[in-house]
Design a protein. Sequence first.
Length: 232
Amino acid sequence: MDEPNTLLTLESLSLAQGNRMVLEGIEGHFEAGTITALVGANGAGKSTLVQGIMGELRPISGRVDCRVPNARRAWLPQQLALDLTFPMSVEELVMSGCWPTHGSFKRYGQAEYRRGQAVMQRLGLQAFEHRPLGELSGGQRQRALLGRTLMQEAQLLLLDEPFANVDAATVEVLIEVLQDMAAKGAAIIIVLHDHDQMTRLADRILHLERGHGTWSTPARSGDSPPPAETLA
């Protein structure tokens, strides 16, 4: 039986892309206030699992039990997925985080604007709020993408390599914000490759390999690595 604070459960989940089975029998639970690192080689099924969790890919068998409403689920893709030619400013991107609950055609009120300004200030974006996305550095764009997520007040957050191609200062800002989100009760699943970042952030690790999942806990400084548990 799941604990009361479990927000997401995977039950014998099998997923395919086209006619190819990618993941088989993945199990696990994701609790409020935790950060899970999702790791694996290219092609191991990380993106496939994310699609399954977000409801974009129908399971072949098993199920995804998510207790978080759609409006509170957020996916932060790789920056490569961002269309830099789209005429949108930093402020407009951040404010679009209101759309799932506010609607995309309603005017924002003063409360939303005040919250947007607070989010941009926290992420060091207040000087760039009117700048088009295509004129930003990689670190600034990643901060803006995370700002949209903060505006959405996501309870379940999935991130795909958020620290790739960003400066060290942005890495520190993102780590601080993600830890704060978890402390406030969000469940965060983050695709990571860097061992140091994994050690700093993750409570648990889900390693995907050859279609199966292995759970472990990151070794802290001075700790002995715990035995891994394979769930397949």
